[in-house]
Ligand binder design. Structure first.
Ligand SMILES: Cc1cc2nc3c(=O)[nH]c(=O)nc-3n(C[C@H](O)[C@H](O)[C@H](O)COP(=O)(O)OP(=O)(O)OC[C@H]3O[C@@H](n4cnc5c(N)ncnc54)[C@H](O)[C@@H]3O)c2cc1C
Length: 394
């Protein structure tokens, strides 16, 4: 029986595995790190590449390393090998290039291949002294402790009226920016309209307008809103977290998370780029415009309402991820089977110290939101969760 199993090879899982190896001194042979992809951070790299992200929204102290300054030290060592300036602006936001190079280096040092197990978990069974997981291949593995770091990247959110089979969507020229079947931008029929009003929509529009001959439309149901981060940095520490944790009513906690998250906002540096592109006429922003889509007899798509209609040959949805419990079906079965506690929003009620949902079953990311707060799904949340599990799990 293994000591640890970490399910999910994204930012959350990577941070956890790194903490286990470096902080708790767990050897690679005692950990299985499970994910359907061939290597770690595949979903992160796919999604950030899809939107053409150059710089992260979060500051340079948020990364998968242990020491807050390890990314800065790493960038200095890399020097001229980096093609881009490694940090930008007041908050030293790291370039995606330096962030990923650092993450790859960290994972190489802890010998990720020795722990990696390609596969998808589809069931969990509680044992007397741990948990048994079953992969879709039928293979089973046992460990004393399991950490669920499942992420949301497999659940792109598609607005109800467009929620048709993905093949049918793609045939019509509708694609979700975070879908695994997203075509190369050069293959898309123009004009293109992007539906969404947040950072991903803005980044996508900026990436699409490069080398485009027709302007790219951005369709947002609200006025574009500027916010530096996707939640106030006060949520990183006691300033807001004290009150959050003192609130025992989980419905109220969920409300606090919803209010705290600056959903549908764009940081100033991207907003400025958008404005410049508007001035050049390579981007047309339609604010307060309904993203409803109708397809004409001539097969042209029209987006909008009676007041305003935009014609497009391709629609890119930059409408984020679903808000449901990650890995919904099998996790719901496990939760029901073992009567694991959940709040009215359906998310786990977990132990404050080690984020345990049951003995030996720990969670992070979205699953730990009711304990870690609005930053749970971010890189900073991964660090917080990893610290707690690493420091307190028995
Ligand atoms: C474009 C973009 C930019 C972002 N920028 C920032 C930023 O600047 N700063 C910041 O703090 N945050 C940012 N985020 C938010 C967040 O940090 C990322 O989404 C991050 O990748 C989340 O990591 P994760 O590990 O939770 O999820 P994921 O990257 O989704 O990884 C989860 C992994 O778990 C696997 N998995 C799921 N179910 C199973 C199963 N049953 N069995 C085995 N494996 C399974 C998935 O296949 C996936 O590989 C950004 C997000 C996006 C989309």
């Amino acid at each position: 029986m293994l000591e640890w199993m970490v399910v999910g090879g994204g930012i959350q899982g990577a941070t956890m595995v790194h903490f286990l190896r470096s902080q708790r001194g767990v050897s690679a042979s005692e950990i299985a790190w499970i994910d359907p992809q061939k290597s770690p951070l595949a979903a992160w790299k796919r999604c950030t590449n899809a939107v053409g992200m150059n710089y992260l929204r979060s500051p340079g102290v948020h990364h998968i390393g242990i020491n807050s300054f390890s990314l800065k030290v790493f960038a200095k060592q890399q020097g001229k090998q980096l093609s881009q300036q490694p940090f930008r602006g007041k908050y030293a936001r790291p370039s995606l290039e330096v962030f990923n190079a650092h993450a790859d280096e960290v994972l190489k040092k802890i010998k990720w291949q020795d722990m990696w197990k390609q596969g998808k978990v589809e069931d969990l069974e509680q044992l007397r002294n741990g948990w048994k997981i079953r992969l879709m291949s039928g293979e089973e593995l046992e460990a004393k402790r399991v950490i669920l770091a499942l992420g949301m990247s497999e659940q792109p959110h598609v607005p109800d009226e467009l929620d048709i089979a993905e093949e049918e969507q793609n045939r019509k020229g509708i694609h979700h920016i975070f879908s695994t079947s997203l075509p190369e931008f050069t293959m898309l029929k123009r004009p293109v309209a992007v539906i969404g009003g947040g950072i991903s929509a803005a980044q996508t529009v900026l990436a699409l307008q490069e080398k485009a001959r027709t302007p790219v439309h951005l369709i947002s149901k609200h006025n574009l809103k500027v916010a530096t981060f996707d939640s106030d940095p006060g949520w990183l520490g006691p300033k807001y977290m004290r009150h959050f944790l003192q609130t025992k009513d989980y419905t109220k906690r969920r409300e606090m998370i919803k209010t705290a998250r600056n959903i549908g906002t764009i940081p100033r540096f991207i907003y400025n780029q958008l404005q410049k592109a508007q001035k050049r006429n390579s981007v047309i922003v339609h604010e307060k415009t309904d993203g409803r889509v109708s397809v004409d007899t001539d097969n042209k798509m029209r987006i909008g309402d009676e007041q305003k209609e935009i014609e497009a040959e391709t629609i890119i949805l930059a409408t984020g991820f679903k808000k449901d419990l990650p890995a919904n079906e099998w996790l719901t079965t496990v939760k029901d089977r073992y009567h694991l506690p959940v709040a009215p929003c359906g998310f786990p009620i977990i132990q404050s110290l080690d984020l345990a949902w049951a003995r030996g079953l720990h969670v992070m990311g979205a699953l730990a939101e009711l304990e870690i707060g609005p930053i749970a799904k971010n890189i900073s949340g991964a660090r917080k969760a990893a610290e707690r599990i690493c420091g307190h799990a028995p």
